[in-house]
Design a protein around this ligand. Structure first.
Ligand code: GLA
Length: 375
């Protein structure tokens, strides 16, 4: 009897091993390194649905994200490197990074709060991009708590860090639910009036990272307006209706169908690189901002947020020069970012929703990336 039970268990075990190929996970030892006197590590989050995410405390980055397709086969759908050195040696594309203090661009790296004028690093032509030269994407975050499905990180950014005023304390939680959602919750407080706009910069390809195009992915963005840009990708301050433009994704549309349109805004971005004004009933609620569906795998990604905007970027600056995980390369327009955010250059655009954070206020931002399959 015992032998029969054992054989039965063995058969089930072997079957479960062969029916769904599991790609090897990343070797956590390849992330062991001391940076700024702190230990870099790789952390794994798992749920009961076969989803698995790895995160490193260097830059608070999402490194890998295994997502089942319609047959239950898991693929890693985000860009990244197999080791910490991969990140340190490559051109900065912000793969999976936590971005701060200010996601996207601030014109000429300048802004004022009241009578005080501040000057930031100009690391993108004349503009400041993604928090400057040594933004949150390159800082060591402290791990506050870790459980099977949750990782809490903390960062204290000192007064005048990269030119931003006030000591800012940031807490960021990655929580993987059994509904295949990754909930990213940011909270921050500052001891002086400052500005803030945090976001996550994961690049997704729902075929699997490095497995070809995103131009066949069907995108929906719940936005009637976008913020048009100048040639340095700074918003002009206007809100333009999406109707009759290549930026209209109010119904599911393949990303590639209009990406090469003769359109000044597409030309400035070299493809899609634009902030959308999300349709919202109130400022506070988390609601569906965008969704991406890839018909071959059946993977569907939905993005929910309480933020007023979302940056849609099609990887137009990628060059595929630095081999990523398992030696795969990430070429021009092979990954897409959907960055929940306040509008770029808001500190210099009084008409945009404010990004000022005063000492008596708490900054809070929720972004949820939810995966499912559609057959
Ligand atoms: C953002 C910007 C892009 C580009 C990438 C990083 O998404 O909108 O213009 O700078 O980051 O390469």
């Amino acid at each position: 009897m015992k032998t029969a039970i054992f054989q039965f268990i063995l058969v089930i075990f072997l079957f479960s091993c062969t029916s769904k190929p599991v790609p090897p996970t990343i070797n956590p030892q390849a992330f062991d390194k001391v940076i700024d006197g702190k230990q870099v590590k790789l952390y794994t989050l798992k749920n009961q649905k076969g989803m698995e995410i790895t995160v490193t405390n260097w830059g608070g980055r999402i490194v890998s994200w295994l997502v089942p397709d319609k047959n239950g086969v898991r693929e890693d759908v985000v860009f990244g490197y197999d080791s910490i050195n991969g990140y340190l040696n490559a051109k900065e594309n912000y793969f999976g990074a936590s971005i701060g203090r200010y996601g996207n661009r601030i014109a000429k790296g300048e802004f004022s709060i009241g009578d005080i004028h501040y000057k930031l690093a100009q690391n993108n032509g004349v503009n400041s991009l993604h928090g400057g030269v040594n933004g949150f994407s390159k800082k060591m975050w402290d791990v506050v708590q870790k459980s099977a499905g949750e990782l809490s990180l903390k960062l204290v950014s000192p007064d005048m860090d990269e030119g931003y005023p006030g000591e800012l304390s940031v807490s960021m939680v990655y929580r993987l639910t059994n509904d295949n959602e990754l909930v990213i919750q940011y909270d921050a407080k500052c001891d002086k009036p400052t500005i803030i706009n945090l976001t996550n910069h994961s690049y997704f390809n729902l075929h699997g990272a490095g497995n070809g195009t995103i131009l066949d992915h069907q995108l929906t963005i719940n936005a009637d307006f976008f913020t048009p840009i100048d040639s340095t990708l700074i918003p002009t301050g206007e809100l333009t209706p999406v109707g009759n433009t290549p930026f209209d994704f109010r119904t599911p549309t393949p990303i590639g169908s209009r990406i090469n349109s003769e359109d000044q805004q597409i030309r400035f971005g070299l493809g899609y690189d634009i902030n959308y004004v999300l349709n919202k009933k109130t400022d506070q609620n988390v609601s569906l901002a965008a969704s991406v569906f890839e018909p071959e795998s059946g993977r569907l990604l939905e993005v929910f947020t309480d933020q007023p905007g979302i940056q849609f970027y099609t990887g137009n600056f990628l060059d595929g020069k630095y081999p990523g995980k398992k030696g795969k390369t990430y070429g021009y327009r092979t990954g897409l970012c959907l960055e929940t955010q306040h509008f770029p250059n808001s500190p210099n655009q009084p008409k945009f929703p404010t990004v000022q954070l005063d000492p008596d206020q708490v900054y809070a931002h929720t972004c949820i990336y939810k995966f499912s399959v559609k057959k």
